[in-house]
Design a protein around this ligand. Sequence first.
Ligand code: MF3
Ligand code: CO
Ligand code: CO
Length: 321
Amino acid sequence: MREMREAIEGRSAGPLGRNDPCHCGSGKKYKACHLNAEQAAQRGTAPGLGQPAAPGSRHVQRIAGAGARLHRHNPTLIKTPAQIEGIRQSCQATRRILDLVEARIRAGVTTEEINTWVHEATLAAGAIPAPLNYRGFPKSVCTSINEVVCHGIPEQRALQDGDILNVDVTCILHGYYGDASRMFLVGDVKPEARRLVQVTRECLELGIKQVRPGGFVGDIGQAIQAHAEGADFSVVRDFVGHGVGIRFHEEPQIPHFGTRGRGHALLPGMVFTIEPMINAGDWRVDILEDGWTAVTRDGSWSAQFEHTVTVTSSGVDVLSA
Ligand code: MF3
Ligand code: CO
Ligand code: CO
């Protein structure tokens, strides 16, 4: 998931006028920003829109630095049907790798062994493991046990009876990114940890149900937050879902908390992840000295599920299901 680097600014629901501020948060007028691209996308005639950018191209989406605003027009926000099919194939490779992990996982397996399974299965699928060397990440998969919220680095630690584990796989297949993760229960898991995993699964399902053209990013976050907090759990704030497909992490950010009718408009052809991280205790996290591993500050356990979805003309299509 993507680190939250700037506050998500909302706006009131309602039709957007040509002279209103663009929903993407650029601060430009809608007509000077996303209006033309979206009209073209809706007509299905978006010449050159959203083509995969070559590495180093100045059209490559940059992740904004701390405090930066996303000013630039983003050619990857709305994907073409051909791109969505490519992303679907990559997501399906990711799903099959998670199925393989699911069939093999048991107490005594080390996270390093899971890394080897994922690495080899990814190559066998003709794909590249996106995490490897991504911003210096040293392994091909993230494995996050118990109080680890996300970005756990595979190592020699063996899974123990009672552990809960997230395995987060991202393939690059024919240049397209497919990102998904699941929880696994190792042996006899305490009832409270089982409840955490089940509620987190439901949070993802409820978030996905909010996705439809005419909706807003805030609808997703509101549904997830209400369900998690209603179960006396908390929603992690520091990491969010993200646009995905042409790059690993694109616009828009998808917080797992928020307010209905606020945030970026949901538009047909957008592709993004929903990946709620839900803590049994407080939502605050710390990053360990390795610079990656995010753990709950209070030591409580944390769970996460992730899918890549696309907004269709009538609703949602879960590309990694
Ligand atoms: N797969 C994670 C996500 O859902 C990102 C992992 S980045 C890595 O966005 F470098 F840690 F692999
Ligand atoms: Co993700
Ligand atoms: Co992921």
